[in-house]
Design a protein. Structure first.
Length: 374
């Protein structure tokens, strides 16, 4: 049996090695390393895939979030609503720009933003809402967009974990995640469903004026070379990474299908076990399983994690400390979020990637069931 990894990028690369190497070689041959044909070609291809008018590549997903917030022209102290149960980048950029993060609760089944908690958190100072499509499935965007629309607040999708997923509105219209808000942000960190071989990110929007401003901010605030209209930053997607992404984008739907197949195996193995709650698959979204995260009931999580490590099975906790309890925000709870606090004590993520085979999956699930049934 091959060694089990949380994400097996070596085996994935082996299957597309010739195409990846050819794409990288083209960049090297042309020596167009900054904003060259590889970057522009990838931006075009991703826009077509997501069904959006504009894709603005940038250096990473955190920059993507920051650039959008900069483009909105918010003032220090303005409030930005985000879930607390997510990677820190979502709220880190809010604080970095001297805005106020307002943490809201998540749904205990989907782990995504709870619309009721969102509505209760809105104040006259609320200037943006950032729902996170966590672990690979969409937040309930119809409700979130309706609430935001009633209050005139822009919605920025954090699509870093769910690229390739879809959302179906109550009227039956189905769209890609990342195409519904005023803008969306994604990361191409290597472990993502669409990952490069370093750092990378992108912003997507259908708003022409906003797209122009985003491009300026990402390029030192330039409207043209050496003419700086706004305060910006230097955030570019490397051309070599764009070449990698252009190849892998063509594989994305297949990658998502492979992840769902592995998730189906996990679901079947744990079905009916009292100690495990398998990931909920909301009917309005297609789950693409960036993570396969279970909830434990009456099970010692640390002991299970140690047991799996002895069997050479990696696992991870996403996330042990929610945003509202992080030291960067004072270390004390900034909100009363019992669902979030409970989830941080019970979730554990299992290996999930495109290269999992049945032998590995039997070993993982068999080991977990052995521990649970001991």
């Amino acid at each position: 049996m091959r060694p089990i990894q949380m994400v097996d990028l070596q085996q994935q690369y082996a299957k597309i090695k010739d195409l990846i190497d050819e794409g990288i070689r083209e960049v090297l041959d042309t020596a167009m390393f900054i904003n060259g044909p590889a970057v522009q070609g990838f931006a075009h291809d991703l826009a077509v895939y997501l069904g959006v008018n504009h894709v603005i590549p940038c250096a990473n997903g955190t920059d993507a979030l920051q650039i959008v917030l900069m483009a909105l022209g918010l003032e220090p102290g303005d409030e930005v609503i985000t879930p607390s149960f997510t990677f820190i980048a979502t709220t880190e950029v809010v604080a970095l720009l001297k805005l106020k993060p307002v943490f809201v609760e998540v749904d205990p089944q989907t782990f995504c933003m709870d619309p009721k908690s969102l509505e209760q958190a809105i104040t006259p100072r609320t200037k943006a809402i950032i729902p996170v499509h966590l672990y690979g499935q969409s937040a309930p965007m119809a409700e979130i967009l309706a609430i935001a629309g009633r209050h005139g607040i822009p919605v920025i999708e954090d699509n870093a974990q769910a690229i390739g997923s879809t959302y179906t509105f109550p009227d039956g219209k189905t769209v890609r995640t990342g195409s519904m808000g005023l803008a969306s942000c994604t990361s191409f960190f290597p472990s993502k469903n669409l990952g490069c071989y370093g750092d990378g990110g992108a912003i997507c929007t259908n708003d022409d004026a906003l797209a122009g401003k985003l491009r300026m901010i990402a390029n030192h605030g330039q409207s043209k070379q050496y003419y700086h209209d706004v305060v910006g930053c230097n955030s570019r997607l490397d051309a070599i990474q764009a070449a990698v992404l252009r190849v892998k984008l063509k594989e994305l739907d297949g990658y998502c299908a492979a992840r769902r197949k592995a998730a189906d195996f996990y679901d079947a193995a744990f079905a009916g076990h009292a100690g495990v709650v398998t990931p909920y698959r909301a009917s309005y979204t297609q789950h693409v399983f960036h993570q396969y995260t279970i909830q434990l009931k009456g099970v010692d999580r640390d002991a299970l994690k140690a047991f799996l490590a002895e069997r050479k099975i990696p696992s991870a906790i996403y996330y042990p400390v929610p945003g509202h309890r992080q030291k960067m925000f004072g270390g004390e709870a900034q909100a009363d979020l019992p669902v979030t606090d409970d989830l941080t004590t019970r979730v554990i993520s299992l290996p999930m990637h495109t290269e999992l085979d049945d032998q590995q999956l039997f070993h993982i699930t068999g080991s977990i069931l052995e521990f649970l049934n001991a």
